[in-house]
Design a protein around this ligand. Sequence first.
Ligand code: NAI
Ligand code: MG
Length: 477
Amino acid sequence: MIEHWIGGERIGSAQTFTDVSPIDGRVLTEVARGGAAEAERAVNAAKKAFPAWAGTSKAERAEILHAIADGVEKRLEELAITETEDNGALLRSHRRGVMPRVARNFRFFADWLVQLEHKDFDTRGHTNHVSWDPSGPCALITPWNAPLMLATWKIAPALAAGNTVVLKPAEWSPRTASLLADITADAGLPDGVFNVVHGYGPEIGEPLVAHPDIRRVSFTGSVPTARRIAAAAAANLTPISLELGGKSPLLIFTDADLDLAVDLAVEQYDNAGQVCLAATRILVEASIADEFTERFIAKASGLTQGDPRDEATDIGPNIHERQLAKIDGYVQRALGSGARAVVGGGPNEDLGGLYYRPTLLTNVAQDSEIVQDEVFGPVLTLQTFTAEEEAVRLANDTRYGLAATLATGSRDRADRVTKQLVAGTVWVNCFFVRDLQAPFGGARQSGIGREGGNWSFDFYCDVKNTVTAPKGWNDRG
Ligand code: NAI
Ligand code: MG
């Protein structure tokens, strides 16, 4: 049984829900199904713990955050397997990439906090000193595609800032958040500074967001849920940070290294396509489209689909029946309106369950839903263009603006195209690499705000400017 973690105690709810594994449908655990009462209790715990935590020195907070990172590293194998069983993402990437990054989230923000400073401004002898003050309890609401990585990307800066936290992890993948609660307690984080509540979004997430004692809301997930969260936060004008979906393009020009371009394209099947940043729209210059497609098919057919605990597996299952139905609905409707599946095109019947075949669709119209909507599965579309301006126009023609990737051998072209792309992150001849000091977030309906480095502290803190006059001092101490 997974219970809430509130004020340093495990607390149950009258009702529970069942957490299953997408690998094989096995029941993993029952989980406490919280509501408004549990949200209230958790916010009260976070509020009570806030003054003491906000009053600790930066060095003290940094030390505890590093101790949490140590705990993550010590229990890395357990976290990796727990997450894989819960959300079906590859065990090998949890071991080698994701869980080490979870630890790094804590270390990075601990170190960044210590050196966080701003050059003072001077106005006619008056000093303007900028400081980042703790703001209070934060509500953090996170999704299931990278549960602990995305949660700690918010938890670490919130705690570093001197805030307290109530985390509401996604109901399809609640287990690693619960382990993290134990890790924070072992690391010496005082009771009530970090709280975890479980349950369905509308039942516990919404009262949490709407609570008048919540000072910040950070959310990663879907656009419709973001609208409800924004509306709930509006009651108290609580500042929100939203990292939402995307329909990002991968632009491939004739001057690109084609092997690299094919690698970048096939990489978009990672995590069974359940990646907000995924470049799911391949836009390739017409003169190289046939060769690209041929090489893509060859490379994609070499991918191994299966149990994500197996080291040889490249693509695991999708998270839930509801998501599988949504993905297949998009693909079948596209095929019904003239699209052609050159790779995949349906569920993996050999494996059954939640395994969807990596899919590439051609003959798709720019204004069709398969090109405009986030599918959040291993489904890519391929379109061609003949001129650079056309590539840019197609790339920018969705309601999203999270990321864009381009493959080109020309620096001039890269400069020109990059300037015109609407995206929070642009990758040139690479993908997914990012320094944690850099801003992360999206344009248009991909989100509001940026997190990372100073941007995280700008969001989680009450930024204060203290103006001090040169005159008025006396010697009375
Ligand atoms: P969702 O956005 O509904 O869920 C994300 C989180 O929000 C979960 O913790 C959920 O419990 C919570 N939530 C739901 N309703 C809420 C409410 N009214 N108030 C407060 N919290 C609430 O996403 P869902 O339904 O799991 O996935 C649907 C689609 O969303 C996916 O197919 C994908 O397109 C997109 N998505 C995007 C993600 C991203 O990384 N940007 C992550 C997950 C989903
Ligand atoms: Mg699960």
